[in-house]
Design a binder for this molecule. Structure first.
Ligand code: SAM
Length: 264
């Protein structure tokens, strides 16, 4: 993309970010450009996959599964829906969705990490596909509902990702993106940084004895710290032609982005 438009600068993208709508600029400690990001991220999740469930379970005080199920219900997932869970990882969102849908037969799980998928496959009788959000191997309008849990920071382009989401959702189909967002206030921001930058990675290493698991949680913090503000995500959803775009905020920490495909 050539020079950034004043619109993109106005909605919160820096000059570098706005050349392509990225969720965060390249984290050059790990890779030199956004092109190098997928291989790095894939290696990270492949290496730590067997620790992921335990680490996020205690790290979020066991709230993860009930919260995922609650928000899926709140946002209208219902039996009969064909669900696409993008960035399914070890299947934490899909497992809760299956409880609402009465099974996993209508669930498709997509993720680029074979390590994460191999854990998910042990839990669910869903359809598993290796792939990336930016270019998905699915027909147009194939799904009623699309979820993405805690993975938006890992895509290389918000624009391409959201255009794909619109393409694979049927007209009227809904998407729900879950994220953790750094609080904007000084006290919340300080506590957030203390926990996610220092305490959580330290405890992860202590409990798992795994350097890979610690690396995963350090990167978790780095991406949240560098992430574009919610307004930029909302603007990118609108720019992709999605409708009824919105964001609910819980405890000043959890973001739920929603949108629907308005049709052609
Ligand atoms: C933090 S885990 C989230 C797993 C799960 N959704 C949850 O709610 O816990 C992030 C996942 O995003 C996946 N991922 C990374 N880049 C991706 C991309 N470009 N498209 C789709 N998934 C991606 C990773 O392989 C990893 O499994």
């Amino acid at each position: 993309m050539d020079d950034p438009s004043p619109f993109r600068l106005a909605i919160g993208f820096t000059r570098a970010q706005s050349r392509r709508m990225v969720p965060h600029p390249p984290l050059t400690r790990h890779y030199s450009s956004t092109e190098g990001k997928p291989a790095f991220v894939n290696g990270l999740f492949d290496a730590a996959a067997t620790h992921y469930d335990a680490v996020v379970d205690w790290g979020f005080l066991r709230s993860g599964s009930p919260y995922r199920r609650w928000t899926l219900r709140q946002n209208g997932l219902k039996p009969g829906d064909r669900l696409l869970d993008v960035a399914c990882g070890t299947g934490l969102v899909a497992a809760e969705a299956a409880k609402i849908l009465g099974g996993a037969k209508t669930i498709t799980c997509l993720d680029p990490s074979e390590g994460m998928l191999s854990v998910a496959r042990t839990k669910l009788d869903a359809t598993f596909v290796v792939g990336r959000a930016e270019k998905m191997p699915f027909a147009d309008h194939a799904f009623d509902f699309l979820t993405m849990g805690y993975a938006l920071r890992h895509v290389t382009s918000l624009e391409e990702t959201f255009r794909e989401y619109r393409r694979v959702l049927r007209p009227g189909g809904k998407l729900l993106i879950l994220e953790v967002t750094k609080p904007s206030g000084p006290v919340g921001g300080f506590l957030f940084k203390l926990y996610f930058r220092r305490i959580y990675p330290f405890l992860t290493q202590l409990f798992t004895r795994s350097r890979a698991a610690r690396d995963m949680m350090e990167y978790y913090w780095e991406t949240m710290d560098a992430c574009v503000p919610p307004e930029s995500v909302l603007a990118a959803l609108r720019a992709a032609g999605l409708a009824q775009v919105g964001r609910a905020k819980l405890l000043g920490l959890f973001s739920e982005y929603v949108a629907t495909n308005p049709g052609d």
